[in-house]
Design a protein around this ligand. Structure first.
Ligand code: NDP
Ligand code: GDR
Length: 372
């Protein structure tokens, strides 16, 4: 068991939750940065919560924000971490077009704030830093599959901010000899994925349609292709990256790509529904062609999906497919989930959640079996 101390920014997010669990199991003491909000924002980590009155806690949360330098300096001074995982970010690509300046501040300058806090405190030789970099850096397709040597061409304010974060991490490594690494992670999802990312939006909507809570839903670009993995696999790699002998940058991906349209098909298949897609571009729609599971009786011919142009991005990343050969060879990286297993787990989880919703919608009086 390790007795190391980790500091995770973005601890309340999808990856923060899985990484906290992973590090706690390894014996780490985990400190997390959470934002002040008017409502609880700790749903994903509530099961790890420890009463502040007990002694020798190993999971401790601190208020703070990536836009607040003095807060970050004070916390790093207090915590004296061995490892920092910088996961905090305004992480929604489409939203970054609405909030470009904030995104640059939190995602770009925020990373500088962490690196410079470590330098100011004279901790360059003690702390190892993981920067949550992204396949969005590749943007407009230059080559496939994308590897550590593929040129970047970012296509959103989010990607541009993350590009600054990437290079400032490299620069601090080279200038000050810091152990600072970029994990260039391709899309990774899970039942804890934020509800507005396409994977979770799909599994939630399909579950609601299955249970009669919703008739249809709307998406944007169905032709976009993503290399989707499971967040559980990817947080383990964040840790492995910081255990490597040398600080380097790493691509983490499955090496397989799937169209958004096919993700939709796979999610409906989990409720026994085969779809037929008709029309093209903004006119494309999906209809129920066959329905084989008696518990989810959807009418044949029912329209379940349409396109809403508001979900198209001003500039899109059409194709992501990663080449994780370096991580495979040097770190022994192996994904345990493929996209089919991922969709299955997300659908099972959302069907359960939506059953609870249905139960509550019915005033708690219907005869459901979700307690069984
Ligand atoms: P989430 O959106 O689920 O989580 C983001 C976290 O950052 C949340 O804890 C959020 O807090 C926090 N946060 C946002 N803004 C600030 C701020 N100004 N100050 C402090 N905390 C802030 O993202 P993921 O867990 O999916 O991703 C983790 C990181 O990895 C992100 O940096 C993302 O950009 C990057 N990444 C993600 C990939 C993916 O496919 N998931 C792929 C590649 C990179 P709150 O809960 O209060 O909103
Ligand atoms: P992405 O994830 O932009 O790849 O960024 P997202 O799930 O938002 O989009 C994936 C693709 O699906 C298309 N799409 C839609 N997307 C959303 N959100 N909503 C829709 O209705 C919809 N319809 C089609 C998108 O156009 C896109 O092509 C994620 C984030 O986690 C980033 O933080 C991370 O850096 C990258 O993955 C790697």
């Amino acid at each position: 068991m390790s007795n190391k101390i980790a500091f995770i920014t973005g601890v309340t997010g999808q990856d923060g939750a899985y990484l906290s669990e992973f590090l706690l199991k390894k014996g780490y003491t985990v400190h997390g940065l959470k934002r002040r909000s008017s409502m609880f924002n700790t749903d994903r980590i509530d099961h790890l919560y420890q009463d502040p009155h007990i002694e020798n806690r190993n999971f401790i949360l601190h208020y703070g924000d990536m836009t607040d330098s003095t807060n970050l300096i004070r916390l790093i001074k207090e915590i004296q971490p061995d490892e920092i995982y910088n996961l905090a970010a305004m992480s929604h690509v489409h939203v970054s077009f609405e909030m470009p300046e904030y995104t640059a501040n939190a995602d770009g300058i925020g990373t500088l704030r962490i690196l410079d806090a470590v330098r100011l405190l004279g901790l360059e030789k003690k702390v190892r830093i993981y920067q949550a970099s992204t396949s969005e850096l590749y943007g407009k397709v230059q080559e496939v599959p994308q590897s550590e040597t593929t040129p970047f061409y970012p296509r959103s304010p989010y990607a541009v901010a993350k590009m600054y974060a990437f290079w400032i991490t490299v620069n601090y490594r080279e200038a000050y000899g810091m152990y600072a690494c970029n994990g260039i992670l391709f899309n990774h999802e899970s039942p804890l994925r934020g509800e507005t990312f396409v994977s979770r939006k799909i599994t939630r909507a399909v579950s609601k349609i299955a249970l009669g809570l919703q008739d249809k839903f709307y998406l944007g670009n169905l032709d976009a292709q993503r290399d989707w993995g499971h967040a559980k696999d990817y947080v383990e790699m964040m840790w492995m990256i910081l255990q490597a002998e040398e600080a380097e940058d790493w691509v983490i991906a499955t090496g397989k790509t799937t169209k958004v349209r096919d993700f939709v098909r796979m999610a409906f298949a989990e409720i026994g529904v085969e779809l037929e897609f008709r029309g093209e571009g903004e006119q494309e729609k999906a209809f129920v062609k066959a329905c084989t599971m008696p518990q989810y009786q959807l009418e044949i011919g029912k329209e379940v999906l349409s396109i809403d142009p508001k979900y198209f991005r001003p500039t899109e990343v059409e194709l992501l497919i990663g080449d994780p050969s370096k991580a495979k060879t040097k770190l022994g990286w192996k994904a345990t989930y493929d996209v089919a297993a991922l969709v299955k787990e997300m659908m099972e989880s959302d069907l359960q959640l939506m059953e609870k919703d249905r139960h509550l919608n019915n005033g708690g009086f219907d005869t459901l079996n979700y307690y069984e």
